[in-house]
Design a protein around this ligand. Structure first.
Ligand SMILES: Cc1ncc(COP(=O)(O)O)c(C=O)c1O
Length: 387
């Protein structure tokens, strides 16, 4: 049987990971500044994470959501404390798209409406409702386009009020920091005014923190740079450091009823153990603080590089924009300098998403190697021009 060939692949086979590094089958070491799309939060194979998962796997991997599961309660408690969102309720599921799917569903249950407002360059996942709120037509099948979605300008409320004032909007969904779109940080004013509109017109405000959450921005959730209280907050990626687990934080104004939401695998014993281990490491190693300081350090270092047009981001979520496509640069960094970086929907933007416990030396190494690759590019261009 062949695999359904939907992924363009790098010719690289990682077989082992440790901290901020992965190793291929020949033992070659790569610095991982991407964490497989922002998933690696506490580093590859962190000893505490490995120990907890091994122990849980030997006891009980799974039982369904029809029995008591104290690990879910413990996870909710710890997540409430570390995130500062103690009064929210937690619904556990398995992936980012599923978290957004459930959030959109809750918004529609609550308001009885279907129209959604999202933003240009947004990415919210590939399942039915989530993909319809994603700003990329080519990944939507006709079956996904069952409700109206408007895409408004990012960081700009001019057209949003006019739309929500019509009274038919069920939800406004936006990323805490736009990730795949090329790292775009919302201004606190934009978020705060959006919350004012929510209070005035009664739609549900969904913060997609799937990429920007779990400490990546230097705060637990990126929206916490503003003074707002979202109605629903979705999370995934860093939550399990590679083990599939996701969740929706649900404001107390939403009342649960039996059967309203559900999943077979969501919140299983092994997933909760992975989620708890991640939170324990984030707390013990002060990773929010490290994300803030190391992110600042990285962006300061990058400022010395003349080829860079713009540096955007917060914490360890950084976008580096050039005035040329980064495809070759990224390949050279990977195969010549052994550094994994990310791309984005903007062909000129490199996305840097290291583990939250990255150290200065690794960032220095990256800056040095980025300079080398850019210098080689400059020399080649000069040779071609002169020649
Ligand atoms: C902001 C955001 N939302 C949702 C998703 C979808 O998550 P998943 O791939 O786990 O379904 C992603 C994935 O990249 C994302 O970055």
């Amino acid at each position: 049987m062949n695999l359904f060939d939907v992924y363009p692949l790098f010719n690289l086979t990682p077989v082992r990971g440790e901290g901020a590094y992965i190793y291929d089958e020949k033992g070659t070491k790569y610095l991982d500044l991407y964490g497989g799309h922002a998933v690696i939060s506490v580093g590859h194979s962190h000893p505490h994470y490995v120990k907890q998962i091994q122990k849980q796997a030997s006891e009980l991997v799974f039982y369904s959501n029809s029995v008591l599961n104290p690990l879910q309660v413990e996870l909710a408690k710890k997540l409430g404390t570390l995130s500062g969102c103690k009064n929210y309720q937690l619904f556990l599921c398995n992936s980012g798209a599923e978290a957004n799917e459930n959030a959109l569903k809750l918004a529609s249950f609550q308001t009885g409406k279907t129209k959604v407002i999202a933003f240009k360059k947004a990415f919210h996942g590939r399942t039915s409702a989530a993909v319809n709120t994603t700003d990329k037509e080519s990944i939507k099948a006709p079956i996904n386009k069952t409700f109206e979605v408007e895409f408004h300008k990012w960081n700009n409320l001019e057209t949003v009020e006019e739309s929500v004032a019509k009274g038919d909007v069920c939800a406004v969904i936006l990323e805490g920091i736009q990730g795949i779109g090329g790292i775009h940080v919302p201004s606190p004013k934009f978020l705060e005014e959006l919350a004012v509109l929510r209070d005035k017109y009664g739609f549900v405000l969904i913060l997609d923190e799937i990429q920007s959450g779990y400490g990546r921005s230097g705060k637990f959730f990126a929206f916490q740079y503003a003074n707002i209280e979202p109605d629903l907050i979705t999370m995934a990626k860093g939550m399990g450091n590679g083990f599939p687990i996701a969740g929706v934080l649900i404001h107390p104004k939403f009342k649960p009823t039996y059967g309203l939401l559900g999943t077979t695998f969501g919140g299983n014993h092994l997933a909760c153990t992975a989620g708890l281990a991640v939170l324990e490491i984030i707390e013990k190693e002060n990773l929010l603080e490290n994300a803030e300081t190391m992110g600042y350090y990285l962006r300061q270092g990058l400022k010395e590089i003349p080829e860079i047009k713009e540096i955007r981001g917060l914490g360890l979520m950084t976008g580096i924009e050039f005035d040329f496509p980064i495809k070759n640069l990224r390949t050279q960094l990977l195969f010549e300098e052994k550094i994994f970086t990310g791309s984005s929907s903007n062909p000129n933007v490199l996305r840097i998403l290291p583990p939250l416990n990255i150290e200065k030396a690794a960032l220095d190494f990256f800056i040095k190697k980025l300079k080398t690759v850019l210098e080689n590019k400059r020399t080649t261009i000069e040779k071609i021009t002169v020649g």
